[in-house]
Design a protein around this ligand. Structure first.
Ligand code: PCA
Length: 324
């Protein structure tokens, strides 16, 4: 009887074992709120993979930095703590200047220009990510970046001394060059930073201001279209290599769909969120030409700094873009 029990237990374990080897669950950390369009596209991508593989690869998204905070996600996926994740690429420009290719001030100002640049840069970004033990799956741009303040500003002089929330190397550098005080804050903690006075101004899209209801603390949004940064979704290389070819194909097909849908959603969300800021009492307008000129001069310095650090690959991207 004892032998029979042992045998039965062993059989049960091996059956469970076989089942577990076949079906896999991938937790996908994401930094932005569940209602943000990047997170919604991520959820659709997850569903596409889960349904497409008949549940053999179940992808489960964790928005709002609930599994890993924004600034932890890339490392978590690189080291295999998470098999897949989404992260704002330009936040990692300090690791590889190429990750900041989407944040060169005033190089591109519209979705169309940005997509042109991205087509050139994308293979190089994929290979930079591969060097970091990551497989690039898809990426989606944020709407054009503008300035949020708690007062009207007409020149850089008016910006001086403000505590400026940054999300990347470029945003921190812009703060420094305009005499503001940069403080790195993830979007998930932005409302709190504004409420407690840790930050009183920032650069971002209408989308993030809208998602974070910043009208509760700030009064002015200036459209400057400084750049369009991108969120990228990547998998851990070893997790990826563990998938069979049919599953990989389903993942890459779902990723291609997410990239196309994400771009469309980002475009739609642009005007919707600018209108939303207005409806909630903010003054939304284009920055005056003097201020734009001053910012462009700073942008030129930052562009040269980027080109210096990004080497031949960086130069090639920018030159190819400009020649098109
Ligand atoms: N929103 C993100 C990055 C760019 C954007 O529009 C943020 O502010 O964190």
């Amino acid at each position: 009887m004892k032998i029979l029990n042992t045998l039965m237990a062993a059989t049960a374990i091996s059956v469970i074992g076989a089942g577990a080897a076949m079906a896999e669950k991938w937790d996908m950390p994401m930094a932005y709120s569940a209602t943000n369009f990047h997170s919604e596209i991520g959820a659709e991508f997850a569903k596409c993979v889960t349904n497409g593989t008949g549940g053999n690869l179940e992808v489960v998204t964790h928005p709002s930095g609930s599994l890993f905070k924004g600034n932890e996600i890339k490392r978590a996926v690189q080291t295999g703590q998470a098999p897949i994740g989404e992260r704002l690429l330009s936040a990692h420009q300090n690791e590889n200047p190429l990750y900041g290719v989407d944040s060169i001030p005033f190089l591109v100002s519209s979705f169309d220009e940005h997509e042109k640049l991205w087509k050139i840069a994308e293979p190089k970004i994929a290979s930079a990510l591969a060097d970091d033990n990551l497989v690039y799956l898809y990426s989606v741009p944020w709407p054009p970046q503008g300035l949020y303040f708690n007062k009207a500003i007409n020149s850089i002089e008016d910006m001086k001394g403000a505590k400026f929330r940054s999300y990347s190397t470029a945003t921190a550098r812009m703060a420094e060059m305009t005499g503001m005080l940069p403080v790195q804050v993830e979007a998930a903690e932005l409302s709190q930073a504004l409420a407690t006075g840790v930050a009183e101004a920032f650069i971002s899209s209408g989308a993030t201001g809208y998602d974070r209801k910043v009208w509760e603390h700030l009064s002015n949004f200036y459209e400057v279209d400084a750049w369009l940064p991108r969120n990228a979704v990547f998998a851990n290389m070893d997790s990826w290599n563990g998938l069979d070819d049919a599953t990989k194909k389903i993942v890459t097909d779902c990723a291609a769909k997410a990239q196309t849908d994400g771009l469309a959603r980002s475009k739609e969300y642009t005007q919707f969120t600018l209108d939303g800021l207005k409806e909630n009492g903010m003054t939304v307008e284009r920055a005056n030409p003097e201020l734009v000129k001053e910012l462009q001069a700073i942008g030129e310095t930052m562009t040269n700094e980027w080109l210096e650090t990004a080497g031949d690959q960086g130069k090639e991207i920018v030159e190819t873009y400009k020649s098109m």
